[in-house]
Design a protein around this ligand. Structure first.
Ligand code: HDE
Length: 741
């Protein structure tokens, strides 16, 4: 219905009353819906920070200005006559537009694209012998906020790109906030933080045209890593399946650096932190990732939020690898201060110390996920840093970057950043100061504020830097000799992969280098690969159509680490997504039964039909349709099941009239695509009853590996669930392994 231009300002004299009941017409407001309740200016993790009630950010039912003045119109500017110019005196207009003009803040210089969630961490107490950190004592529950991210892309970039993922956790402990700011890859590109701007400038889009977005497949990235061989190990992890995780929920997390834990008796232990997902480790295949970035660029964000909303709370176990705090800080020949090295789990097992559960989505993306500020220097008593030169530079950078990103030094007062421990600092004033400090003496020593605040002793929880003896040294710009080995761990990683994973790595290098224009860069990177593994180098060179170079350095071999492979385990099927393909001829009661059986296992069933609405005959069972043939794409599903019509007729369900075994011209091409993609991406596929002929029509062998057929839903649901436990039907990938490795 056309809305008439109502130039009458409510309350102003008018000869003609408005004929249309516009939303601007004053009327009694409805009570707020639950999700419209006033957000409070307290930490969103739920624990009040003592903020007074009048610090609510929003309250009341009427629209107001920022000053609380009630408004009767927000749709019309104040004008000199209905067709005249807008008046400068319109204070509401100016406030509204001015605020809008300043809504954006600078995105993070790296890790701009992310997704966050609230949760809790419950400690097992198993670390209490090696750390006095209160939140790691037995059975302590600590609120957390986690932010996952990609590194390279802008804030609006796609999720499923090939990249490292950030995994940052803020523990709101009673002794102050502790941040574990890690990645999903345990090694880093550089050994010294002074090179961080270089690697990021090389990996970010080219400065002239600002392309490509969120990609490492371009000349400057490969120029840098091929010239800078210490980056080869991290790059190899990126080229592996780890570079394209299936979900944030199925990633491991790593603290990367070695940290120092301090026990109550003062003894110290070196540790590396690990997050192990209860959901299992699982990645996309490259073609899936590429499709996803077009079909659903928010794939990882949506996946995390949907899982939490549906009650499938993702969990990670926190664990530590422990090492004696020796003078040389070496372990089995690995320099623990070199962040391009990891320690294989076979040499130092990961010992579980607590469980994190993410159980609540943020209420407001900007307030929480965008404004959360992590910092590796946010420590608590019992956890300290080491002299890893990458970590040392991070200790400077994270505080510094928040000052321009969050507009000044008071970002710790933003609700998501507020500690849940009492704060009594002597930091004063500055941009965006929201605290009203009392007292006259923000300095020490003082007598005017009664000597407050007092200094704490260790007995009442003071953080004391570990007194560390430093070897006699000279001031110099130099790495220790133990940092010189750039290839042995890249080789160890590659040789620990299964043939399927090795094949994916070959394809990834071939794709990425194939996108480089400069032949010299491709040649130089092949030379680096020759030092890592001759078979890998030859396979990539073959794909690029280039000569195979020989190795230039002697690289020591080490035992493979099977723990590095993501293939071979079994994990819960809960939290996975299964598509049920149906059409009007499908038996709705059977579709409902399949849905229920999957749902009972915590698997999300999505019914896919030609059009939206409901499936089912009048008077019978009606099943809601979640996806149509137009909106569904195989990448959303971990497995697909084709519904039958209830009768074992060959010409029933899913838009085809084929006899079993004969390709049907009438199989809907979107269903055919869905099935063939799912098959190609090694997903479990099933059909019951007459649904089997849809598989045949799509060219999928109904006796193929990971293809399940049966008479009824209950014959296929259980086998599909078992196949999901392995994440994919790995046998379907053609991979013979590589010669020479
Ligand atoms: Fe970061 N990094 N980083 N980084 N990093 C940032 O801090 C930096 C490094 C990591 O979800 C920035 O608040 C330097 C390693 C994550 O908010 C910035 C160096 C690891 C996040 C910064 C490194 C990380 C960041 C940008 C080399 C894995 C996202 C915005 C010395 C252990 C945090 C911000 C979030 C973010 C600097 C290396 C992980 C600029 C200088 C190694 C997960 O301060």
């Amino acid at each position: 219905m056309p809305v008439e231009d109502n130039t009458v300002i409510p309350g102003a004299p008018s000869s003609e009353p408005p004929t249309v009941d516009e939303p601007t017409t004053p009327r009694e407001p409805l009570p707020p819906k639950p999700d419209q309740q006033a957000p409070e200016a307290v930490s969103p993790t739920g624990s009040p920070t003592g903020a007074p009630v009048n610090s609510r950010a929003q309250s009341g039912q009427y629209l107001t200005t920022a000053q609380g003045l009630r408004l009767g119109d927000t749709d019309h500017s104040l004008r000199a006559g209905a067709r005249g110019p807008v008046l400068l005196q319109d204070h509401h207009l100016r406030e509204k537009i001015t605020h809008f003009d300043h809504e954006r803040i600078p995105e993070r210089v790296v890790h701009a694209r992310g997704a966050g969630a609230h949760g809790v961490f419950r400690s097992y107490g198993t670390a209490s012998k090696i750390t006095k950190a209160g939140f790691l004592a037995a059975d302590v529950e600590t609120p957390v906020f986690v932010r996952f991210s990609t590194v390279l892309g802008s804030r609006g970039s796609a999720d499923a790109v090939r990249d490292t993922r950030g995994f940052s956790t803020k523990f709101y402990t009673d002794e102050g906030t502790y941040d574990l700011v890690g990645n999903n890859i345990p090694v880093f590109f550089i050994q010294d933080g002074i090179k961080f701007p270089d690697v990021i400038h090389a990996a970010k889009p080219h400065p002239d045209r600002e392309i490509p977005q969120a990609q490492s497949a371009h000349d400057t990235f490969w120029d840098f890593v091929s010239l800078h061989t210490e980056a080869q190990a991290h790059t190899l992890w990126n080229m592996s399946d780890r570079g394209i995780p299936r979900s944030y929920r199925t990633m491991e997390g790593f603290g990367v650096h070695t940290f120092r834990l301090v026990a109550a008796d003062g003894s110290t232990t070196l540790v590396k932190f690990h997050w192990k997902p209860k959901q299992g480790v699982h990645s996309l295949v490259w073609e899936e990732a590429q499709i996803i970035n077009g079909m659903d660029p928010d794939f990882h964000r949506r996946d995390l939020a949907d899982a939490i909303e549906s009650g499938a709370y993702p969990q990670w176990e926190l664990g530590v690898q422990t090492f004696p705090d020796t003078e040389d800080q070496m372990f089995e020949g690995i320099d623990l201060l070199d962040p391009t090295k990891f320690v294989p789990e076979e040499l130092a097992p990961v010992q579980p110390i607590g469980l994190m559960t993410l159980n609540a989505n943020p209420t407001n993306y900007f307030a929480e996920t965008e404004q959360v500020a992590f910092h590796p220097g946010h420590l608590v008593p019992g956890i300290d840093v080491t002299n890893d030169p990458l970590l040392q530079v991070r200790l400077f950078s994270y505080l510094d970057t928040q000052i321009s990103r969050l507009g000044g030094p008071n970002f710790a007062q933003i609700p998501i950043n507020r500690p849940q421990a009492p704060v009594n600092d002597m930091l004063r004033d500055g941009m965006h100061q929201t605290a009203v400090h009392g007292g006259v003496a923000p300095y020490r020593p003082n007598s005017l504020d009664g000597g407050c605040p007092f200094l704490a002793g260790q007995d009442v929880g003071a953080f004391v830097d570990v007194p560390e003896a430093l070897a006699e040294s000279i001031k110099e710009r130099r790495n220790p000799a133990s940092f010189d080995d750039h290839f042995s761990q890249a080789r160890l990683f590659f040789r620990s992969m299964t043939p399927v994973e090795q094949d994916h790595i070959v394809q990834a290098y071939t794709f990425e280098l194939g996108k480089c224009y400069e032949a010299a860069i491709r040649e130089r990177q092949l030379m680096a690969l020759a030092n890592i593994d001759a078979g890998l180098c030859a396979a990539v060179a073959h794909g690029l159509g280039m000569p195979v170079p020989g190795a230039t350095v002697q690289v020591p071999d080490s035992e493979p680490s099977p723990a590095l492979s993501q293939i071979g385990g079994t994990w819960p099927a809960a939290g996975r997504v299964v598509g049920i393909i149906a059409d009007d001829s499908s038996d709705a009661s059977q579709v409902a039964a399949a849905r229920e059986a999957l749902d009972a296992e915590g698997i999300t069933p999505l019914v896919i039909a030609p059009v939206g609405g409901f499936l089912g005959a009048e008077g019978g069972v009606a099943v809601a349709v979640q996806r149509t043939y137009l909106t569904a794409r195989s990448t959303e599903f971990d497995a697909v099941i084709v519904a039958g019509s209830g009768a074992p007729a060959p010409d029933a369900a899913v838009g085809r009239d084929a006899k079993a075994g004969a390709p049907s011209p009438t199989l809907d091409p979107r269903v055919a695509l869905l099935l063939t993609e799912a098959f190609r991406h090694a997903k479990a596929i099933a059909a019951w009853g007459s649904g089997v002929s849809a598989l045949q029509a799509a060219g999928i062998p109904d006796d193929g590996t990971g293809v399940v057929v049966g008479d009824a839903p209950d014959a296929v649901v259980r086998p599909v669930q078992e196949l999901l436990a392995a994440h994919r039907v790995w046998e379907r990938f053609p991979a013979e392994g590589l010669s020479g490795s």
